[in-house]
Design a protein around this ligand. Structure first.
Ligand code: PAF
Length: 282
């Protein structure tokens, strides 16, 4: 396993590697790796000759300073986990100064309105920060394939839009959500949940699965109202939003149409920890 902390050194290394034909896979992460991340890396290893995993807590995508400060960091632990998958991984763990050239700001993007739905309403500037770092990583690593989890489904659609609009030569691979045994969607933030809250958080997935069933016979608005009611009678979790949206446009659904694909999205607070989840409805 080779670890790079400076982008120039990684670029030089990759240029040499490209002397022989390579398929490069990139798995961008913010570290605090869990099984969900590792499944992205496994997918990348199966389908590329060279895999780069980036580990970088990107400051420009945090609208809340304390969320950034509290974001779990565990580089040594992450490296151990990656090593157990393969000795041939390339790790890129830069500093903010290195990757941003001392100008730690976001580019302003237009994602055709995808950025204004759901997470965009509650996390100001978040997707500009994500777009900025992912575009930088693509230009440093020049991957053929890049892997993102469907837990951040809106992020996945936004990255696909950025690639399409900028005609970037990279294939975006969306990977299914990995879940803990009780159904809670895996997230680095789960580490911050007290044990008993983490156990009770099965409620989130259970509720969205029941809502999925309801949506089979009821309207989107009735299903969302039902979810809101479930959360208002559970003191452990505070629902920020529940939304049933078209998978492509991410716009909320008013009337169901047979040939469209819908997803249910929720954002929930457990204490001060924000969790998101989603499920395909049809
Ligand atoms: O999903 C994440 O962990 C981050 O948003 C990403 C894609 C690594 C960009 O910082």
């Amino acid at each position: 396993m080779q670890i790079f902390h400076k982008k120039e050194a990684l670029i030089e290394f990759l240029q040499k590697e490209k002397n022989v034909p390579q398929t490069i896979g990139l798995v961008p992460t913010m570290g605090a790796l869990h099984k969900g991340h590792l499944s992205l890396v496994e997918n990348a290893l199966q389908n590329n000759t060279l895999v780069v995993v980036s580990i970088f807590v990107n400051p420009t995508q945090f609208d809340n300073k304390s969320d950034l400060e509290k974001y779990p960091k565990s580089l040594e632990n992450d490296l151990e986990k990656l090593k157990s998958l393969s000795d041939n991984l390339i790790i890129f763990a830069p500093s903010a100064e290195d990757i941003y050239d001392d100008n730690i700001t976001s580019e302003a993007f237009d994602f055709d309105g995808l950025e204004n739905e759901m997470e965009g309403k509650f996390r100001s500037g978040h997707f500009d920060g994500v777009g900025t770092i992912v575009k930088k990583l693509f230009s440093i690593v020049t991957p053929n394939n890049a892997y993102f989890g469907e837990k951040d489904f809106q992020q996945l659609q936004i990255i696909k839009k950025m690639v399409e609009k900028n005609q970037l030569p990279v294939n975006i691979v969306g990977c299914p959500i990995s879940r803990e045994e009780n159904g809670l969607a895996m997230s680095s933030r789960n580490e911050r949940l007290p044990k008993e809250v983490r156990e009770k958080a099965s409620f989130i997935y259970e509720t969205i699965l029941k809502a999925k069933e309801k949506f089979g016979t009821e309207s989107a608005i009735d299903t969302v109202n039902w979810i809101e009611k479930q959360f208002s009678s559970n003191a452990n979790f505070k629902l920020e939003y529940a939304e049933i949206a078209n998978e492509k446009t991410l716009k909320p659904v008013k009337t169901k149409k047979d040939n469209e694909h819908y997803r249910l999205f929720v954002a929930v607070y457990a204490n001060d920890i924000r969790l998101i989840d989603n499920v395909a409805l049809n």
